[in-house]
Write a new protein. Sequence first.
Length: 153
Amino acid sequence: MNETNPYYAYDYIDNLISNKKENAYLKLIYRIINYYKIKNVIAIGYNTKIDKIATLCHNTKITKVDDTKNIQNLGKFDLVYFAKDTFNNSIHTFNNEQIVIIENLFENYQNFEIVKKREISKIFIDFFDFGIIFAKNNFPKQYYKFYFKNLYK
C-alpha cells in the first residue's frame, strides 16, 4: 500500500517509542499538526519530544531555539511547543490562532493558571503531564482536565 495519509505514520511512531505513554503523546501531537495543517512550529528548549516526529511532518517548518530570550514574535508561529522547564511567566501573549503545548505541566502549573485567566477565548486541556492551549478565535473559553490511571502499564 502506498498510502500518504498522515495517520498511517503511526507505525513509525510505534517503532520509534516503546513507552506507551510517550507513544500516545507523540501520536496526539502528530495528529494535531496534521489536522490543523500547522505550517510553522517553534520548539523552545532542549530535547523536545516533538523532535522525534519532525521527520514525519513534511509540510511543517520546525524552528528550534534554546530559550525565549531572543524571540521577537511568537505570533508568527502556528504552534508553540515548550519543552520541560521553558514555559515561564515572561511569555504569556499568544495570538488568537495558535496552539500551545507545554511539556511537564505539573511543574509549570502556576504559570499555566496565569495564562488561563487572560480574556482571550481559549480551550485549555490539562493532561497533568502536559497541557495544550487552543487559542482559536472560534472557540469559547473552556477548561478540561484529564487524568488516566493505570492506562499505560
